[in-house]
Design a protein around this ligand. Structure first.
Ligand code: NI
Length: 191
């Protein structure tokens, strides 16, 4: 196995429409999937699509860490999962803002409008069906990774660029807000 180099925003491979995988069980696809999982874990990401490692094929890997799962039936923790030749169906016209990062846009975070519920389908390397109806973080990460297969990066989905920033600054602002509300609570006010 190997840790792969991740393409960053600006690299043209991230803007192209990826091609279907002809043989999900081929040895080179199995190797790619194993390397992508290792790369995702090394980078502490929740998802990674093949175009991000310079391979314009329709597959991605993801996981739903316990800390990110919302807990409803469609949003429980999920271990490392590969989805090859996926389809995604948005189950509602509703959009919610979900904070996202991307290993191809390091250091930044944004609130991106996403469908809260989706149905997706794909296969793994053994041809087993993968997917189902999901919600919350699981739905968000699948929409994010699927977009990579169509050359779409999350800033292209954004409608309010005030919700876009460096993780470090956003964390600092959060801490400042929390401290201010603690101070207000200590004074007995909570306006
Ligand atoms: Ni991404």
């Amino acid at each position: 196995m190997a840790i792969l180099k991740i393409a960053r925003m600006g690299h043209p491979v991230l803007l192209q429409k990826a091609e279907p995988v002809a043989d999900p069980g081929a040895p080179e696809i199995r190797r790619l999937v194993a390397d992508m999982i290792e790369t995702m874990e090394d980078a502490m990401g929740a998802g990674l699509a093949a175009p991000q490692v310079h391979v314009p094929l329709r597959l991605f890997v993801f996981r739903v860490p316990a800390a990110r799962a919302g807990g409803d039936p469609g949003d429980v923790p999920v271990g490392n999962t590969v989805v090859i030749n996926p389809t995604v169906e948005l189950l509602t016209d509703e959009r919610v803002l979900r904070w996202e990062g991307c290993l191809s846009i390091p250091g930044l975070r944004a609130a991106v409008p996403r469908a809260p519920r989706i149905r997706y389908r794909g296969v793994d390397c053994d041809g087993n069906a993968i997917g189902g109806e999901v919600a919350g973080f699981h739905a968000g990460v699948v929409q994010h990774e699927y977009d990579h297969l169509d050359g779409i990066l999350y800033p292209m989905r954004m409608t309010d660029f005030r919700n876009f920033g460096f993780l470090e600054e956003l964390a600092r602002a959060d801490a400042a807000r929390a401290a201010a509300s603690d101070a207000a609570a200590a004074k007995g006010g909570n306006a």
